[in-house]
Design a binder for this molecule. Structure first.
Ligand code: AQP
Length: 332
């Protein structure tokens, strides 16, 4: 009998155009994981609206992200690829879990605190509840593993707490998932402020590389990336800019930090930066070509997300009815 494969859920929110951080921290690892796991790869559009989005941009980005997943090597026939808002169980489960979550634990989330600082008075309640929706996404599919960058580990821990609490209050309902943090690319930093992570909602475009940036823009952004006056390619906390560029090169070229240090010993930064820029261009150009092809004929994408949503709905609804029964709702 065929052994049941472990389940993975992961997603990216269409709150901006995707960056090299999303690519190296998430998508590139998914491509490897699909060989071993049963995967649900989602475009988490419900998460994007925790911050106001322009409707036309949201529509465009949602499809583009799906195209990027496929163009990067995720095989639709092998995985369940879908758009979160096509599966209403996510919103419903999120409410049921909200009633089993505490204000205290949610207000301790670092991402919320950072974003709240930036948003001033106009913080949506959705932004506060974001980790509960994330818990719903993961728990609905009885996920074993959730691949995340370091920035999302705190949210995953909360998802585990929320799931465990529900299991304890009622009876075992959810599998409690483990985090999978990739070795390479787990945290790609901002090119201008390398103590901050690279983020798609950053205003200054020199701070990030977009997956769809044209080659010359990529080269220029890397040549402008902040380094230091030490002049040596070394993986050291004293040189956060250089360290970040090394992480990028290592993740793309599969090189260790020692190998990179050895290669650029005594050479300053010019050749190193040039090679980082070229490595990114080489990695992203084929992805960009395929994305453009996929977006020219939307029919293929429509078929993929329709089929994905059917499968996802079936699985998610099974968990949702279990939850409702245990909570005490009358089932029809
Ligand atoms: N800089 C990064 N380095 C490594 N991994 C990253 N991820 C995001 N940025 C980096 C990983 O990508 C997945 C999806 O993230 P998301 O876009 O849904 O949410 P986010 O982490 O909040 O990304 P942004 O770019 O910072 O979005 P905004 O600016 O809109 O909030 C996750 O696995 C994440 O770890």
């Amino acid at each position: 009998m065929e052994e049941k494969r472990k389940v993975i859920f992961s997603g990216i929110k269409p709150s901006g155009d995707l960056t090299l951080g999303n690519y190296l921290g998430a998508i590139k690892n998914w491509v490897k994981l699909q060989e071993e796991y049963e995967c649900y790869f989602c475009v988490v559009d419900l998460h994007a609206i925790t911050v106001q989005q322009k409707p036309a941009d949201l529509r465009k980005r949602t499809l583009e992200i799906l195209a990027i997943y496929i163009a990067s090597g995720i095989i639709p026939e092998k995985n369940t690829m879908f758009i979160q808002s096509h599966v209403p169980a996510h919103s419903e489960c999120s409410w049921l879990l909200t009633c089993n979550s505490y204000m205290g634990e949610l207000s301790r989330m670092t991402q919320y605190k950072d974003k709240a600082k930036k948003s001033g008075d106009s913080i949506s309640a959705g932004l506060f509840n974001y980790p509960v929706l994330m818990a719903a996404d993961i728990l609905l599919y009885q996920s074993d593993v959730v691949p995340v960058g370091i920035d999302q580990v705190q949210h995953l821990e909360l998802a585990r707490d929320i799931g465990e609490r529900f299991n304890k209050t009622y009876s075992p309902t959810f599998k409690i998932p483990e985090a999978y943090v990739p070795k390479a690319g787990a945290k790609i930093m901002d090119l201008q402020n390398p103590e901050k992570k690279m983020s798609k909602s950053e205003e200054n475009p020199n701070c990030y590389i977009l997956i769809m940036d044209p080659p010359d823009v990529i080269r220029k952004k890397i040549s402008r990336a902040v380094t230091d006056s030490i002049g040596e390619v070394r993986y050291s906390d004293e040189q956060p800019g250089v360290k970040n560029l090394m992480t990028i090169l290592g993740a793309i070229k599969n090189m260790t930090m020692e190998e990179i240090e050895e290669k650029y010993k005594g050479q300053g930064y010019a050749q190193f930066k040039k090679d980082v820029g070229e490595a990114i261009v080489e990695e992203l150009e084929p992805v960009q070509t395929k994305v453009k092809e996929l977006l020219e004929n939307k029919k293929e994408l429509e078929e993929i997300y329709t089929k994905g949503a059917e499968k996802a709905r079936y699985v998610a609804n099974k968990t949702l009815s279990k939850m409702k029964r245990k909570i005490g709702f009358i089932q029809m």
